[in-house]
Design a protein around this ligand. Structure first.
Ligand SMILES: [Zn+2]
Length: 78
């Protein structure tokens, strides 16, 4: 089977595409960093009317991000 190597968009490290369950990122951390950048960019944009659905989706994303970040902090302490 052919190995496909790609570059992680966050840390620019090369990794085998199919070895990461967080592709196109090399790790969950890189995926979250990218998500965080995306979220802060969207906050910088003046918010016009959000529909109820959009508001719920945004709140879910923020909740997921916050809970994921807690587990990353624990990993870093080891
Ligand atoms: Zn990475």
């Amino acid at each position: 089977m052919k190995k496909i190597e790609v570059t992680c968009p966050t840390c620019k490290k090369k990794f085998a595409y199919y070895s990461s369950e967080f592709r196109p990122f090399c790790s969950e951390k890189c995926r979250l960093i990218d998500l965080g950048q995306w979220l802060s960019e969207s906050y910088a944009v003046p918010v016009h009317k959000l529909t109820e659905d959009e508001q719920q989706t945004l709140e879910q994303l923020i909740d997921e991000k916050n809970s994921d970040e807690e587990s990353i902090d624990e990993d870093d302490r080891h």
